[in-house]
Design a protein around this ligand. Structure first.
Ligand code: NIG
Ligand code: FE
Length: 389
C-alpha cells in the first residue's frame, strides 16, 4: 500500500515486495502476516453525554422494558440533567476519551449526534463541545443536530412549541455557526410523530443540512417514505420497516443504517431485514449507535458479529456496510471506506489470517495498528498521542 500525503496512491499485488527505494522522505511499515481493512466508518453515534445508565441495564435484566424505564423517568430524558449541568469543557473532555476509544477499536471516521441537551443553548453547547474535542483529534467527526430526540419534560404539555424552537432556532443556528452537517429526528411513539418529523426535515432542508431519521425502531411509522421523499442521507434502525418501505428506500438510494447493538442490548429479537434490503438493491451501513441507554458499546467488530449471527450477513457484507456503507451515509463515498488509489489512507491492520476472524472473535479482536491519513494513531487498543510515523 503506497501512500502519499495521506492518500493511497498504489496497491501492490499480494506478496509483492515493497519498493527497496522509497521516496526521499519515505517511511515503511512492515505489515507482514497482518490483514489490512479500511478503517471503520461508524455512521451513527451519540457520544455527547455525561454519565452511564447502568441502573437501566439492571432493571431490564429484572424484566422492565426500555419503554417502561423511559416512562418512569429513565431513558433519554434522564441523560438531559448531566448535559445541562456540564460546561462545554467538561463535556469535551468526556467526548475526547470516547473519540480515543473509537479509534482504538478501529473506527477512523464517525458521525456524532447531540440530543441530550434539548434546549437551544444546551444543544449548541453539545455541538461546540464535540467540535472542541474533535479539533486536532485524528478521528474524523461528522456532527449531527438531534434536537428532536424526545420532547423535554418542560414541554410535555406543549410539544409543538418545542418543535418550533428546534425548527426556528436550533436548526438555523447550528447551520449558521457550522456546528452540524445534518439534522436528525427520532420518529416513534413517545418521541415525534410523522408530521413533526416532516417539519424537522423541511427546516433542515431550508438550512442546507443533510437529513437523517431514527425510524421503525419499535413500530413501523412511515419514516421510510418520508426519508425517501426528502432524499435523506440515511434512515436508521429500520427494524420494523415493511416491504413497501424497504422498496422505496432502496429505490431512492437512501442508506439504511443497521444498528443491531441496540436491538441486542435492549433484549429484543426483531432485527432489521438486512437480507431483504440487499435483495432489493439497498445500500446498507452498519453502525454502533453508541449511547448510554440502548447501546453502550463502541465496537464495530462486535457489530459485525451481530450482523452475522442475527441478520445473516457474511463477513464481507458486514465489512462493506461498516466501511463503504458508512462512507455513503456520511456523503463521503469518494474518499472514505475503501483502499483504492485516491482514497484516504485510513486503515486497520489485524492479526488475522482471514476476514472471518474479525466477527468470529465476538468483539475481542482489536486492531494491531490503526492508521489515519497514513499516520499510525493506535496500536493494540491504545491511542498513540504523539507521533510522526
Ligand atoms: O438510537 N432511539 C433513540 N435514541 C437512541 C437511544 C438513546 C438513549 O436511550 O439514550 C437510539 O437507540
Ligand atoms: Fe441512535
Amino acid at each position: 500500500l503506497e501512500i502519499q500525503e495521506g492518500r493511497v496512491v498504489r496497491v501492490g499485488a499480494e506478496g509483492e515486495p515493497y519498493p527497496s527505494q522509497p521516496g526521499s522522505d519515505g517511511q515503511a511499515y512492515d505489515a507482514e502476516g497482518l490483514l489490512a481493512t479500511p478503517g471503520f466508518v461508524d455512521a451513527h453515534t451519540h457520544p455527547i453525554f455525561k454519565g452511564w445508565r447502568s441502573g437501566e441495564f439492571v432493571r431490564r435484566s429484572r424484566g422492565d422494558s426500555y419503554q417502561q424505564i423511559a416512562a418512569s423517568g429513565g431513558g433519554i430524558s434522564s441523560s438531559i440533567v448531566g448535559v445541562r449541568e456540564s460546561s462545554t469543557e467538561t463535556l469535551a473532555g468526556l467526548i475526547r476519551t470516547r473519540l480515543d476509544r473509537f479509534l482504538e477499536l478501529g473506527a477512523t471516521s464517525i458521525e456524532a449526534k447531540s440530543g441530550y441537551g434539548l434546549t437551544v443553548e444546551d444543544e449548541l453547547k453539545s455541538l461546540r463541545a464535540l467540535q472542541l474535542a474533535a479539533a486536532g483529534h485524528p478521528l474524523e467527526v461528522s456532527p449531527t443536530l438531534l434536537g428532536a430526540h424526545v420532547v423535554p419534560p418542560e414541554f410535555r404539555s406543549d410539544p409543538d412549541s418545542y418543535l418550533d424552537l428546534v425548527c426556528n432556532e436550533m436548526i438555523p443556528r447550528s447551520a449558521d455557526e457550522r456546528l452540524a452537517h445534518a439534522v436528525d429526528v427520532f420518529l416513534e411513539d413517545g418521541a415525534f410523530s410523522l408530521k413533526q418529523a416532516k417539519r424537522i426535515f423541511q427546516a433542515g432542508k431550508r438550512c442546507g443540512l443533510g437529513l437523517r431519521i431514527h425510524a421503525d425502531q419499535f413500530h413501523s411509522g412511515g419514516g421510510a417514505r418520508l426519508a425517501a421523499e426528502y432524499s435523506a442521507l440515511s434512515a436508521d434502525h429500520m427494524d420494523y420497516t415493511d416491504e413497501a418501505g424497504l422498496e422505496v428506500l432502496a429505490k431512492a438510494g437512501v442508506v439504511m443504517t443497521l444498528l443491531p447493538g441496540a436491538v441486542f442490548f435492549l433484549g429484543r429479537e426483531h432485527y432489521a431485514s438486512a437480507r431483504r434490503m440487499i435483495e432489493l438493491g439497498g445500500r446498507l451501513a452498519l453502525s454502533t449507535d453508541f449511547n448510554p441507554g440502548s447501546s453502550p458499546t463502541q465496537s464495530m467488530p462486535l457489530m459485525m458479529t451481530l450482523a452475522g449471527i442475527k441478520m445473516n450477513l457474511t463477513p464481507a457484507e458486514s465489512l462493506w456496510a461498516a466501511t463503504m456503507g458508512g462512507a455513503c451515509a456520511l456523503s463521503r463515498k469518494q474518499d472514505l471506506g475503501t483502499l483504492h488509489p485516491g482514497y484516504q489512507a485510513d486503515f486497520c491492520l489485524w492479526e488475522a489470517g482471514e476476514l472471518d476472524l474479525i466477527p468470529y472473535r465476538c468483539g475481542d479482536l482489536v486492531p494491531e495498528a490503526v492508521f489515519k491519513r497514513g499516520r499510525l494513531v493506535a496500536r493494540r487498543g491504545v491511542r498513540l498521542q504523539c507521533n510522526n510515523g
